[in-house]
Design a protein around this ligand. Structure first.
Ligand code: ADP
Ligand code: MG
Length: 315
């Protein structure tokens, strides 16, 4: 067993990486210097063991994911990620576990140019709270400005993380790619920055595609027509769906944990955005278009999912 201060010193305190961090870990608060004229964006997400992740998830993967789910919210606003704080509640001070967690967290932060600048450590049921800060010199992308006629595009396919979770909950062997999508998501930060100035609206897909789409549509007071055949199960998802005698459609449309970005972009600008995304190594998917009115309609046979009950809700 190791003390809290030792754990922080050993695993989290590092010299500041950027000149914008004038005081990092070690004082009562971090001191950050935003770029001149920038708008700061701040977001917080908490991961609770047994609710947001399985208790036996590898610590390194949990560290990675805790950072990424917050960075994904910054990505959706078109922000450049800068800084993270980390509030850890741990049942015990297991040095190896904390070391692996810190490694995953730091790797995720570094992959997008962000750094950990502070946090807290307490004892209790395993819970990880992260706050992420980013900045933008232009207006942030929002959920509320989708317009009729806009095309709806995703940065990539959905459903693989939910399929992995289904396999785990049925104690079936899990395809490695599916498991990676669940445990090691990638925040689409560069894609979000590219969308700023091109797309009218954006949201990240964390609660399930239809649920997050609905958030965008409601905020924008518009409806959508979706292409039922836009998203298909990958071979690994198909294999799993047959093993479970289930349809992959709920994973794709309502599963969640995808961390792709969904944008509404005017047709005149969509090809510009899509080619930038493709250059970034993404495989964009055109899922439909924004229409006047409210609610969803389908082009083709609607998938076998219930949009009303879609999306994760805590209360
Ligand atoms: P205080 O009691 O004044 O709030 P703490 O003892 O909680 O200070 O933290 C000491 C320093 O270590 C602070 O700079 C804090 O931001 C940092 N810190 C604490 N826990 C973590 C953590 N899990 N990750 C990163 N930094 C942390
Ligand atoms: Mg203090």
């Amino acid at each position: 067993m190791t003390g809290e201060f030792e754990l922080i010193a050993r695993h989290f305190a590092r010299p500041a990486q950027s000149a914008q961090v004038s005081i990092g870990i070690g004082d009562d608060a971090a001191a950050l210097i935003p770029s001149a004229g920038a708008t700061l964006l701040v977001t917080t997400d908490t991961l609770v063991a047994g609710r947001h992740f399985r208790s036996d998830v590898p610590a390194e993967a949990l560290g990675w994911k805790a950072a990424m789910v917050n960075l994904s919210d910054l990505a959706a606003m078109g922000a450049t990620p800068g800084w993270l704080t980390l509030a850890m509640t741990l049942p015990e001070a297991d040095d190896n576990w904390v070391a692996a967690f810190a490694e995953g967290f730091r790797a995720a932060a570094q992959s997008v140019g962000a750094e950990l600048v502070g946090g807290d450590m307490t004892r209790g049921p395993l819970t990880i709270g992260v706050t992420a800060l980013g900045e933008t010199l232009d207006a942030p992308l929002r959920r509320c400005a989708a317009q009729p006629g806009d095309e709806l595009w995703l940065t990539g396919c959905t459903g693989e993380a939910a399929a992995a979770l289904a396999a785990l909950s049925e104690a079936l062997p899990v395809d490695e790619r599916l498991l990676q999508r669940l445990d090691r998501p990638t925040a689409r930060c560069a894609a979000g920055r590219a969308a700023r100035g091109l797309a009218h609206a954006a949201i990240d897909v964390s609660d399930g595609l239809l649920a997050d789409l609905e958030h965008m549509l409601k905020a924008s007071a518009v409806g959508a027509q979706l292409r039922a055949d836009a998203l298909n199960a990958t071979p690994a998802m198909q294999v799993l769906a047959s093993a479970l005698s289930a349809s992959p459609d709920p994973w794709i449309w309502t599963g969640g944990d995808d961390y792709e970005l969904l944008v509404a972009v005017p047709p005149a600008r969509s090809q510009t955005l899509v080619s930038i995304w493709a250059e970034q190594g993404l495989s964009p998917v055109h899922i439909g278009r924004v229409v006047d009115g409210e609610g969803l309609s389908w082009q083709g046979d609607a998938p076998a999912v219930d949009p009303v009950s879609s999306g994760f809700r805590h209360f």
